[in-house]
Design a protein around this ligand. Structure first.
Ligand code: FES
Ligand code: FES
Length: 212
């Protein structure tokens, strides 16, 4: 059977269909989660009245998470991680869950301007603090320079790690970092890319640093 012979291909997804689907996913990660408000949980995005994260949660605690400049008043199980709260309760799905164990960096967000692994933090630890997710960096029409640079440098493949990479890369701009690629690699070593897009990721970061 030959890949070139359409008659010989089995039914099911083709490589062309797979690549088209993957491209759509990557674009969503770069300027991730510009989810229309109507598609989000109305309760989860309310910024006026406290809301419940579930019908009844024993021991729920009230907190206010300030995410991307907007207050979210929530009643949550105190065991809820910041990652799950951002994704499941507030419905901002640009932040990704990879390992859920602090090993991959996919869940990186900023808290008070510093990068943190949201899977290793409880949401209630950040009551009232300034949280930024990839959705807060830029818009498709006005991307953050780092988002634009990732796009220009083709610094992704499947895109699953990309929002975490970008959040780390933006934080890196304000951290002590030597000028060369080796220094960038060291500071980005907590962000794993299973697709191996590392060379282009470093290029994207270095281009932004050169322009800064
Ligand atoms: S999901 Fe948090 S480090 Fe992997
Ligand atoms: S682009 Fe696929 S894991 Fe990084």
């Amino acid at each position: 059977m030959s890949d070139d012979d359409p008659e010989s291909l089995p039914p099911g997804p083709t490589r062309r269909k797979f690549l088209l689907t993957s491209g759509t996913s990557v674009a969503a990660s770069l300027v991730a989660a510009y989810v229309p408000a109507s598609a989000k949980s109305a309760a989860a995005v309310s910024d006026s009245a406290p809301i419940s994260a579930g019908p009844s949660i024993d021991g729920a605690v009230p907190i206010t998470l300030r995410i991307n400049g907007k207050d979210h008043k929530l009643n949550i199980d105190p065991r809820t991680t910041l990652l799950d709260c951002i994704r499941e309760t507030v419905a901002l799905t640009g932040t990704k869950k990879g390992c859920d164990h602090g090993q991959c960096g996919a869940c990186t967000v900023h808290v008070n301007g510093r990068r943190v692994l949201s899977c290793l933090n409880l949401a209630l630890m950040h009551d009232g603090e300034e949280i930024t997710t990839v959705e807060g960096l830029g818009t498709p029409e006005a991307m953050h320079p780092m988002q634009a640079s990732f796009l220009a440098c083709d610094a992704y493949q499947c895109g699953y790690c990309t929002s975490g990479q970008i959040m780390s890369a933006v934080a890196l701009l304000k951290e002590p970092c030597g000028p060369d690629a080796a220094a960038v690699k060291e500071l980005m070593s907590g962000n794993i890319c299973r697709c191996g897009a590392y060379a282009n990721i470093v290029d994207a970061i270095q281009q932004v640093r050169k322009r800064a």
